[in-house]
Structures are given as C-alpha cells and as structure tokens.
Design a protein around this ligand. Sequence first.
Ligand SMILES: O=C(O)CCC(=O)C(=O)O
Ligand SMILES: [Fe+2]
Length: 287
Amino acid sequence: MYAIRERERERVFILLIVLFKTNTIYFYLCRDISQILSLLNQRQKQQVEPTVAAPSPINKDKYVELKIVDDSKFNYFNKQDIIDLETKGYLVKDQFLTNTKDQQEQQQLSIQDIYLECDGLYESKKLKEANMSRGDGKWNDKSIRSDSLVWLNKETNKDLQEGRLPNISKLLQRIDNLRIELNNTINYASEKTQTQLAIYPNGGRYVKHCDSFLGGNSRRITIIYYLNYEWKQQDGGQLRLYDGRNGSTSDVDPIGDRVLIFLSEHIEHEVLESNCDKRMAITTWLY
Ligand SMILES: O=C(O)CCC(=O)C(=O)O
Ligand SMILES: [Fe+2]
C-alpha cells in the first residue's frame, strides 16, 4: 500500500516537472514569437515612411536658383513657369500635346492613341508589379505602392527599339524636348533621363515618398504625363505634393494630357487612392 502511494507521488512529481518544462518551453516560444512579431512591426513602420526627408530649400522663398540665360528658346515653358519651379517647387501644364508653338507638333498626336498603346502593353502583361527600394532593402507591399510598371527607355525597351510603340515614341520625344528646352533656357545641363509607364489598379496608391535620396541617385526633375483623358473627380488618385517649408499640401488631379513637373529632390509626394480601373501616367526623370 505504502509502495503504491510512493509510486503515485513519484508519477505526480514527474508529471509536474514535465508540465513545468513544457510551460517553460511554451513561455520561451511565446517570447520568441512576440519578438519576431515586434521586429516585423518595426519593419512595417519603416515601410510606411520609406524615404529620408527632402533637403531644405536654399531659403524660405526658393527651393533652388534657376537663372534664365536665353528666353528666345522658350516653347512649352515661359518665365513664370521657371519662377514657379524655383519657388513652389512644381508646375502644372495642361493640353500638353497641343499647347506648343510648333505648328507641326500640334497636329501629330492624340492622347487616345497613346493611351491605347499603353493599355496594349498592360494587356499583354509587359508591366511588372513595382517594388520600393531603399538602401539594400526591397519591399513589395500593395498597401504601400500598388502600381505596375514598365521602363520605356530606348536603350532597353525592345518594343520602342523595334517601332511597335509609335505614339508613345512621339510623346517621349515631346517630353525630351522639355529637357532640351530647360538646357537651352536655364542651362540645366541634363543629359541622362529615365522613363516609366505606371498603371494603378482600382484602390491603388503610393505612400508619401521622395523620388531622389539625399546622397543617393541624382534625379533632379520629375516630369509626369497623365493619360486618363476621361478622368472625373470621383476617380481620385490625385498626387498630393508636400511643401517641406510649412507642411502645406497641394493636390494635383491626374487629368489626361496634363504635365506635372516638380523638383525630385525637394518635393515629397503621395498618390492618393485611385478609384478608376486604370490610373495611367508616364514619368520621366531628368538627371
Ligand atoms: O503618378 C503619379 O502621380 C506619381 C507617381 C510617383 O510618385 C512615382 O512613380 O514615383
Ligand atoms: Fe514619386
């Protein structure tokens, strides 16, 4: 009798030890999982503000100093545009395709034809989901950046090289004329460019960011050509521009045939939620 009780006590004791140990293991497991979760959380927070702050303006009135050296070369731009770029950091030009002094240019191109070519690229799956990169990290999170894109650089894009995108090619030439005009009128000295087509699906957005990193690449000007020629207010997808000096914001509607130009290094911006089927824009960066 006594021996049986002794054995039972032993069993209970062993059971208690086992329970204690499994609890300990459970405790450590929980601790590790919560550490992993908090690390993931921290990373997610970093993703929401993925860029370093934009550099300060040279003074409170001007982001940069742009000096007009030859105003006879103005075609798309005028003196006020240059002042806007210096002081507000951005400017908007509407009816881009027809608003040129060049008579021939006015006739040549229709936004519908450009849109159709872009849509063709999308439908033939030439666009890839965009990544965000910062330092050596790369993220792909739809709630942060939801567009898909294709690079439209002549050096690398076969469709452009082989003449399959005649309307887009003409548009790119017009956009490049802006670069040449800046070089001629304000000595901008920009030789290198980079261009992409980006399409946002319904519900898409791109959180606040800066196109150029301090001490990183050297994108100086962002030129965006909007393609939604039937855009309506309820389609949303405005580009919110932040004024780093006083925190004020300006929302630019992504209206078709509109060109938005801003200082890549200074103007932080955010694509607000888009509610149309495909929000399309072609963006060129001047280096
Ligand atoms: O499409 C836009 O309005 C801006 C897109 C943008 O900010 C970007 O691609 O860096
Ligand atoms: Fe951007």
